[in-house]
Ligand binder design. Structure first.
Ligand code: PRP
Ligand code: URA
Length: 208
């Protein structure tokens, strides 16, 4: 069974609250998503394995560390895009894949429209990012695609998760650990997270 890591950092709790506020502007929403992704990125990379690397300081040679496995960050379009810059600033060598999915308005089922992943995705640690884990359908489908390309070491980073989405993901992908900024109460009848923050893509890109 996968691990579910719910963040307990006070700054994440404060910033998620700002994100939820319906009066938060598009500009501030975008900045907050970036800042939360940066803080969460520390936690989601805490267990990365290291290997020795020799480095020469101005004084002497010494043995330092480097990350032993390359990383790929895969945002689920659209809203996952808001979390990419933060992870790129933490891990500049990461390659970026993109998966385009949207939830059909009537059925809430994910519909794929784009998939472009680094060719060596099977050798990388893959961090899938999407602010919202609601029914779990989009994340589970995105991870299906990534696994079809051979990836084995995958983790999911989302800012707000619903218990229903966590359960669905754990059944569909018991090998994928989940990192979330907040675990909310439930889904409503339209499959939106309660209390949630509304439609993350629309709030991020001003398409409300
Ligand atoms: C949102 C969100 C997730 C998905 C979560 O995307 O960014 O991808 O819904 O819902 P689920 O867990 O029930 O699948 P949306 O479909 O609104 O697309 P968008 O990012 O293009 O607005
Ligand atoms: N997608 C969103 O953007 N918000 C929700 O609450 C559920 C799915």
């Amino acid at each position: 069974m996968s691990k579910v890591n719910v963040m307990d950092h006070p700054l994440i709790a404060y910033k998620v609250t700002r994100l939820r506020d319906k009066d938060t502007t598009v500009k501030e929403f975008r900045e907050l998503v970036n800042e939360i992704a940066l803080l969460m990125g520390y936690e989601a990379t805490r267990d990365l394995e290291l290997k020795d690397k020799e480095v020469e300081t101005p004084i002497t040679k010494t043995i330092g560390k480097e990350i032993s496995k390359e990383i790929a960050v895969v945002p689920i379009l659209r809203a996952g895009l808001g979390m990419v810059d933060a992870l790129m600033s933490l891990i500049p060598s990461a390659k970026i894949g993109h998966i385009g999915l949207y939830r059909d308005h009537d059925t809430a089922e994910p519909v794929e429209y784009y998939c472009k992943l680094p060719p060596d995705i099977d050798k990388r640690i893959v961090i899938v990012v999407d602010p919202m884990l609601a029914t779990g359908g989009s994340s589970a489908a995105a991870i299906d695609f990534i696994k079809q390309r051979g990836a084995k070491d995958i983790r999911l980073m989302c800012i707000i998760a619903a218990p229903e989405g966590v359960e669905y993901m754990q059944k569909a992908h018991p090998d994928v650990d989940i990192y979330c900024g907040a675990l909310d109460e439930k889904l409503n009848e339209h499959k939106y997270i309660v209390p949630g923050l509304g439609d993350a893509g629309d709030r991020l890109f001003g398409t409300l």
